[in-house]
Design a protein around this ligand. Structure first.
Ligand code: NAP
Length: 299
């Protein structure tokens, strides 16, 4: 889909703010960022660029040559970018996940991962409080470490991770244990485990690419959603499509559903603060959210 920008107004000083990934699918981030830039008088334009695996060398050379100040990144570059950067904060380095890079006042490239903060911001925007909750997370990939830390910070009682590779989940938990004593249990990805944990949890969070636009697989079994308590909250981390088969089924079962789009929007405040030193006004964040919702044709 082509973007229509009614504020396209640039000079030789206007900087490109690329968002890089591969493949990019229908990248929606520019629909959130560009209206925010316009509303805040920031002379940058976000533009999605596909950078294949193995091409970060070339991208970083171009970034420097063009004198750009910021870029955002998504899969598959979130961990591969780290060796190219001068500074990365402790958690982003430990969990191998950077999704925003800036050039600071000393000319150093500084990276940070905002997925954990964005995820929790989306939960709070939905007026959900995870304190004392048992959270069931499907997946144990790059975003889950920082999400676990946020859940611990907000007082979640217990998290159960169900993952295809139990070893990966256990390794992640070992790392997280250095920072929190929250109870975390890992189980293999079987239909029996999905049913069992769904029946016990207060909050189900989908953190795999199953159902993601362009991903070859979707969930082969969603019957576990029928086992959730009626008041259980459901969160889908996938941005595109905004309404996955999982989210549709959870909505049909009348659960409160938090969408991946909200996690992307939830990161905006923190990313702005990281890049420009201040949080945008709430009315501007709302406008960015409306722009992305409109792009996806959702209410
Ligand atoms: N809303 C946002 O702003 C936002 C931001 C970042 C990411 N996301 C979304 O969050 C999801 C997870 O991201 P990530 O960076 O953590 O991904 P990741 O590091 O690639 O991890 C993928 C996870 O999904 C599991 N998985 C993949 N294919 C599977 C399959 N066919 N069957 C069962 N499990 C499967 C993997 O299990 P194994 O460990 O067994 O491989 C792993 O736990 C993605 O869909 C991504 O699009 C959203």
């Amino acid at each position: 889909m082509k973007m229509v920008i009614d504020h396209l107004n640039f000079t030789k000083d206007t900087k490109l703010f690329p968002i890089i990934g591969y493949p990019m699918g229908q990248s929606s981030a520019s629909y959130a960022y560009n209206p925010l830039f316009a509303a805040n008088g920031i002379d940058e334009i976000m533009f999605p660029i596909e950078i294949p695996v193995g091409k970060l060398d070339d991208f970083m050379a171009a970034f420097r040559t063009l004198g750009l100040k910021h870029f955002s990144l998504t899969m598959p570059h979130k961990s591969a970018i780290i060796p190219y950067l001068d500074e990365v904060d402790e958690y982003s380095r430990i969990f191998n996940s950077v999704n925003i890079v800036k050039v600071n006042e000393n000319g150093k490239t500084v990276g940070a991962g905002m997925d954990g903060r964005g995820n929790m911001a989306a939960i709070k925007m939905a007026n959900v409080c995870v304190k004392d909750m048992h959270v069931f997370i499907l997946g144990a990939g790059s975003i889950v470490g920082v999400i676990l830390l946020e859940l611990a910070k907000e007082g979640a009682r217990k998290v159960t991770l169900v993952n295809r590779s139990i070893e990966r989940a256990q390794t992640l938990v070992q790392t997280v244990r250095q920072y929190t004593s929250m109870e975390i249990v890992c189980l293999p990805f079987t239909n029996e485990n999905l049913d069992k944990v769904a029946a016990e949890c207060d909050f189900f969070m989908q953190a795999t690419p199953l159902g993601l636009y362009g991903y070859p697989e979707d969930h082969s079994y969603l019957g576990f959603l029928d086992k959730l308590k009626p008041e259980a909250v459901v969160m889908e981390n996938i941005v595109n499509p905004p309404m996955t088969t999982m989210a549709k089924r959870a909505l049909k079962l009348n659960h409160k559903v938090i969408y991946g789009v909200d996690m992307m929007i939830g990161q905006l405040g923190a990313i702005f603060e990281f890049c420009y030193g201040y949080r945008p006004k709430n009315e501007h964040l709302d406008m960015a959210k409306r722009s992305v919702y409109q792009y996806f044709g959702i209410e």
